[in-house]
Design a protein around this ligand. Structure first.
Ligand code: NDP
Ligand code: MG
Length: 380
């Protein structure tokens, strides 16, 4: 179990829950970061007393310096600030809870300092999984997943990696399960962010509605557990009680079940390999409704199909897909494009740019920037 943490993206959904877990487990907090939500960040600073905080937005960072002038804290800004927070000595683990590939370089910095990565920021692995996993292996840095499906697989696989046959990645199917392209054409951002089972940040909520989230998780699983795309089967399970499963070589299936609350996988990433009591509701099998399972309908969830295809073909495709998706989802949330435009723009970016190489960090950063540029050019 770790004793001290830093949280990148402390003001978001995962970040806030990570700080609650840290308080409960008595962990010391060394550094916190946000993009611009300085009111909440200031409250967190006054409660957890970190030595360092970073705000990506320079003007907001300046305002936070003024607001915290009475405290003994240094406030950084921009990518440099995020990277400093990730690498700060004193923290055993870094919770990567920023949204988007902005988390990539700070994650690599934390790995270089051999810190445990409590990994929520899936876009980083989708964009640069090969690089990140190789760096972690070279440094001996632990990567413990926070994403509920990957935490489930991680728990099922402990001590059994060589017995693995395939991963069964479950997903609720999102709020528009079974809807046709004609039906999703008029979906608004307000509808898309209302997920039936989970309360999450805006971007991942839209990703869950398009099923791009399951596609990102498919690629995330491929890197985290070093399996080929064909060894991952997506299973739609609308009740979100089973968080994922593994099938072993003899046909045995192990599943991890719990109430759908991110607090649990967050806490486990901090306490692993131990466990600690938690305040969450318990599953009551006497009251449980049905558990149902079905195959994903790739014709109605084309983003999932696209991600699976990118995973199989490799190159810069996953990175381009994820970065174009980030840009498109931001435009959708700003009411600038429609729900179905997300898939169309992302496919266009992958077709145009996916063949680029993604061998080095600089290749990956270039592919990421080109994908965002592509989306903005097409929507001007
Ligand atoms: P939120 O949108 O709630 O929070 C995002 C956090 O990142 C905020 O602290 C935000 O700061 C910060 N941030 C956003 N953009 C930047 C930037 N450019 N530079 C620096 N900081 C930035 O997201 P979630 O907590 O929902 O998700 C975080 C990550 O965890 C995502 O990768 C998501 O896919 C993953 N995840 C989330 C789950 C969930 O239940 N929410 C479940 C599984 C995975 P500010 O508040 O100032 O904008
Ligand atoms: Mg998930």
């Amino acid at each position: 179990m770790v004793k001290s943490i830093s949280v990148l993206g402390a003001t978001g959904s995962i970040g806030r829950q990570s700080l609650e877990a840290a308080a409960r487990l008595g962990l010391r907090v060394e550094a916190l970061t946000a993009q611009k939500s300085i009111k909440l960040l200031e409250k967190q600073i006054r409660r957890f007393r970190p030595r360092f905080a970073a705000v990506y937005d320079e003007a907001a960072a300046q305002a936070l310096r003024t607001a915290t002038a009475d405290l003994d804290i240094e406030i950084g800004s921009g990518m440099e600030g995020l990277r400093h927070a990730a690498a700060l000595d004193g923290a055993d683990a870094v919770v990567t809870a920023v949204s988007g590939s902005v988390g990539l370089q700070p994650t690599l910095d934390a790995i270089a300092q051999k810190k445990r990565i409590c990994l929520a920021n899936k876009e980083t692995l989708v964009c640069a999984g090969g690089l990140v996993m190789a760096a972690a292996a070279a440094q001996g840095a632990e990567i413990v997943p926070v994403d509920s499906e990957h935490s489930a697989i991680f728990q099922c696989l402990e001590g059994r990696r060589e017995q693995l046959h395939k991963l069964l990645l479950t997903g609720s199917g999102g709020p528009f399960r079974g809807w046709t392209r004609e039906q999703t054409a008029s979906v608004t951002p307000e509808q898309a962010v209302r997920h039936p089972n989970w309360s999450m940040g805006a971007k991942i909520s839209v990703d869950s509605a398009t099923m791009m989230n399951k596609g990102l998780e498919y690629i995330e699983a491929m890197h985290l557990f070093a399996v080929s795309p064909d060894d991952i089967q997506v299973v739609v399970h609308p009740q979100s009680v089973i968080h994922s499963m593994v099938e072993l070589i003899d046909g045995t299936v192990l599943a991890q079940l719990a109430v759908p609350d991110m607090g649990l996988p967050i806490q486990y990433a901090m306490t692993w390999p131990k466990r600690a009591p938690s305040p969450y509701e318990r599953l009551d099998f006497w009251k449980m409704r049905d558990m149902t399972f079905e195959a994903p309908d790739l014709a109605k969830t084309p983003c999932l199909g696209l991600a699976m295809d990118c995973a199989r073909k490799g190159g810069a495709r996953s990175c381009v897909m994820s970065a174009a998706n980030e840009a498109a989802v931001a435009l959708f949330l700003g009411h600038r494009i429609g729900f179905n435009d997300i898939f169309d723009l992302v496919t266009g970016a992958v077709d145009a740019l996916g063949g680029h190489s993604a061998d080095t960090l600089s290749d990956i950063l270039d592919a990421d920037a080109a994908a965002r540029e592509f989306v903005h050019r097409k929507t001007q």
